[in-house]
Ligand binder design. Structure first.
Ligand code: ZN
Length: 114
């Protein structure tokens, strides 16, 4: 379960900010990642709940901004959103399709702190 190492690095980042900015607790953490990045939001919340105990992020709410999968077609030069990777362009049926988005790594977008 790689969510454990993801939340650990997230908490390390939060602690760095806390030392620098001197806040006492985190209310909300806004995170983003790609739909196809194999991160399970439920597993992430579960791991966060356990690992944040005793840190400034204990009890913080997680919000997710999940980036859609984006296909780029070499044939019609158009981008289209997709539920997942597919080998055919939904616009023209072309077969030269690249994945142009949706695999973004976990990123901390915003923090709401006291
Ligand atoms: Zn196309």
């Amino acid at each position: 379960m790689h969510e454990l190492s993801l939340t650990q690095s997230l908490l390390d980042v939060v602690e760095d900010y806390a030392r620098r900015d001197g806040f006492s607790r985190v209310n909300v953490l806004k995170l983003s990642f790609g739909r196809l990045s194999c991160i399970d939001p439920g597993a992430l919340e579960f791991a966060f709940d356990i690992q944040s105990r005793g840190t400034k992020a204990e009890g913080a709410r997680l919000e997710f901004d999940i980036r859609p999968a984006v296909l780029y077609c070499m044939n019609c030069k158009q981008e289209s959103l997709s539920e997942g990777f597919q080998a055919l362009c939904p616009l023209c049926g072309g077969e030269d399709v690249l994945l142009a988005g949706g695999t973004e790594e976990l990123k901390l977008l915003e923090m709401d702190v006291d």
